[in-house]
Ligand binder design. Structure first.
Ligand SMILES: O=P(O)(O)O[C@H]1O[C@H](CO)[C@@H](O)[C@H]1O
Ligand SMILES: O=c1cc[nH]c(=O)[nH]1
Length: 255
């Protein structure tokens, strides 16, 4: 098999034994942070299109990938498809999200057991009503590690949508008109006990169920939508560090 077109590396780049688990960040800087701070003997596989991918060893010596999905489901779907073609069988999304519940504070993490998947790309993979559910074993492991490490977490349902502004009911943006169908949607989701907004988990979960790989998602909470629309940069560092620490601890158990 040649180099995969978008991710920019192929089977011959993966070493022996090749990794079967990938930590997948939306942000290439986070993929790099994971590699730099948590892995040993790191090799940059590609920085094609900003889809930075790193191969490295966990402290136990097991190889994993730290890769980038880019923002949103279309980009994630391409990266995940190509990673699975290369033999990846476990994917943990390490992301950021905005809380819509008062009791899920910035700086904490959300472990998604399933997603409300309002994402167009996912409809090319399975019907809208197909379950966007996370792998139960990975998800329980994330909860166990959060408890062991003393990381504040919430376990629940995530809303995965296609847009950061309109789809997450942000009104203070360049768009002067929020569709009537989106006005009040956050309040409705709050009553449905959805915890947070982000932009990839639902499609990742559906892909996991259809393709037959294990998928999970942990996101650091960087916005409190019960109070404001803007991301809180002061909370971001800790939230992301916690999400990374959890994902790496679970990777040790599943790689
Ligand atoms: O921080 P990442 O992993 O990119 O995740 C979140 O951040 C981006 C929006 O700011 C979207 O990709 C959303 O899902
Ligand atoms: O509010 C937020 C924060 C991060 N990512 C999102 O998609 N929404």
């Amino acid at each position: 098999m040649p180099t995969l077109y978008h991710i920019g590396f192929g089977p011959e780049d993966l070493g022996d034994p090749p990794p079967t688990l990938a930590l997948l960040s939306g942000d290439p800087q986070r993929a790099s942070q994971i590699a730099r701070t948590k892995l040993q003997k790191v090799r940059t596989l590609s920085e094609n299109r900003g889809l930075n991918s790193y191969l490295g060893l966990l402290p136990s010596g097991k190889p994993i990938l730290s890769a980038t999905s880019g923002m949103g489901a279309p980009s994630l779907s391409i990266v995940v498809n190509e990673l699975v073609q290369l033999g990846i069988r476990t994917i943990i999304r390490v992301g950021t999200s905005g809380s819509i519940q008062e009791e899920v504070p910035p700086g904490s993490v959300v472990i998604s057991k399933a997603a409300l998947c309002r994402q167009g790309a996912a409809n090319d993979i399975a019907p809208p009503e197909y379950p966007a559910s996370a792998d139960p074993f990975l998800t329980v492991a994330l909860v166990e590690e959060a408890r062991r490490l003393g990381i504040p977490y919430a376990l629940g349902i995530t809303a995965s949508v296609d847009t950061f502004y309109e789809g997450q009911e942000r009104v203070g943006s360049a768009n002067p008109h929020l569709l009537r169908s989106l006005q009040g949607i956050t309040e409705e989701y709050r009553h449905l006990r959805i915890l947070n907004y982000e932009m990839e988990a639902g499609t990742l979960f559906k892909m996991g169920n259809v393709y037959g790989f294990a998928a999970a998602c942990v996101t650091g909470v960087i916005a409190q939508r019960t109070r404001a629309e803007e991301p809180l940069l002061d909370a971001k560092g800790l939230a992301v560090e916690r999400a990374i620490e959890l994902a790496v601890a679970v990777a040790e158990r599943f790689a």
